[in-house]
Ligand binder design. Structure first.
Ligand code: F6P
Length: 376
């Protein structure tokens, strides 16, 4: 790395220097956050730097940290991904070093990262990330690093905020998939299973299932009774509907089953041939004569241009995070509460996962609409 362009100018003695990174997996809207943050922070007189590929840019030698200016964020609003790159394998507190012959050892590089931040004279570290990244942020805050968080994930499972950006685009893509599957399902009288992301939270499955008019929605929060799903599929035939659309969240399990270990799978291949969609198909095949097909929507849900909602939420988060930095209000995470953007303590972001309440309004609406949720 050429560090010349990272040095503090002598005439910027009092200018605060902020480093931003996008941790974990990508989510649609990340570039909207970066654009809004860089523009606002720069206008407020702050100097902004970015670490490439999450914490990897700070941990690796040579360091991969770049200055970010208004020019760097021009034209990125409609783009998916992150101009800084992402990594969900770059946890400084548990970094897996790979040696010769495929050997692996886990090392703690947090002190190295802290020293690097000091060397670069970074005053505030801004983390755009999900629960894992916020947890890392908490740990750095305890080590004396000033941290500001911006919650991100298509899974919408962060308790700190009512909504995360990325969810809306993912739900839109999943809804498109349900709409598209309807015609082929109907033409062949098949049961079409659509497996969607969300890890241990069923937000994408439930919202897309309602939006797409699914017949069955299975979410991790409600372990399903396979007999109820069979009954639902069979009951549709006499009404002239010989096809069914089933949406299954990747963390969904049958009662007493252990279909999907998302945490373990996250370390290597997260979309497995024997995932929850395939397991549901096997359970149904043993119980009905219907032809069954499985579609795993996978990373399409994180790809493509962000929806206008995600661009707007990302922009709002970016602007507010820049003001938190300007006001030195650190140890905070920006959040959407109702219609407002607020900030909440970092601890709140890692306190617990926000999962779909099984007795909540959305589940009630789905049930009232005749959607089978597999409840016992
Ligand atoms: O957390 C976002 C998410 O897309 C989950 O819904 C999914 O389980 C996981 O990340 C996939 O991770 P990877 O990109 O590492 O396969």
């Amino acid at each position: 790395m050429n560090t010349d362009n990272l040095a503090r100018d002598t005439d910027e003695e009092v200018v605060r220097r902020i480093l931003i990174l996008t941790g974990g997996g990508d989510a649609p809207g990340l570039n909207a956050v970066l654009r809004a943050f860089v523009k606002t922070a720069t206008d407020l007189g702050l100097k902004v730097f970015g670490s490439e590929d999450g914490f990897a840019g700070l941990m690796e030698e040579p360091t991969r940290v770049v200055p970010l200016t208004r020019e760097d964020v021009r034209g990125i609003l409609p783009k998916g991904g992150s101009i800084l790159g992402c990594s969900n394998r770059a946890n400084p507190f548990a970094y897996v070093e790979r040696g010769a012959g495929g050997t692996e050892r886990t090392v703690d590089l947090s002190e190295r990262v802290k020293a690097k931040l000091q060397e670069l004279e970074i005053d505030i570290l801004v983390l755009v990330g999900g629960d894992g990244t916020m947890d890392i942020g908490m740990r750095f805050a305890k080590m004396g690093v000033s941290v500001v968080g911006i919650p991100k994930t298509i899974d919408n499972d962060l308790a700190a905020t009512d909504l995360t950006f990325g969810l809306d685009t993912a739900v839109g893509t999943a809804t498109w998939a349900i709409d598209a599957l309807h015609s082929t399902a109907e033409a062949h009288d098949r049961v079409m299973i659509l497996e969607v992301m969300g890890r241990d939270a069923g937000w994408i499955a439930l919202l897309a299932g309602i939006a797409g008019g699914a017949d069955v929605i299975l979410i991790p929060e409600i372990h399903y009774d396979i007999d109820r799903i069979v009954d639902k599929i069979e009951a549709r035939s006499p009404t002239g509907n010989s096809f069914s659309i089933v949406v299954v969240g990747e963390g969904a399990k049958p009662i007493g089953g252990t279909v999907s270990d998302i945490t373990a799978s996250h370390e290597s291949i997260s979309q497995r041939q024997d995932g929850p969609g395939a397991q549901l198909a096997a359970l149904l095949e043993a119980r009905t004569d219907h032809e069954i097909r499985v579609t795993v929507l996978g990373h399409l849900q994180r790809s493509g241009s962000p929806s206008s909602f995600d661009r707007i939420l990302g922009t709002r988060f970016g602007v507010h995070a820049a003001y938190l930095c300007y006001n030195d209000n650190t140890g905070q995470v920006v959040a959407l509460k109702g219609q407002d953007i607020v900030s909440v303590p970092l601890e709140a972001a890692v306190a617990n996962l926000k999962r779909v309440p099984p007795d909540g309004e959305l589940v009630m609406v789905a049930r009232t609409m005749g959607i089978e949720l597999g409840e016992k």
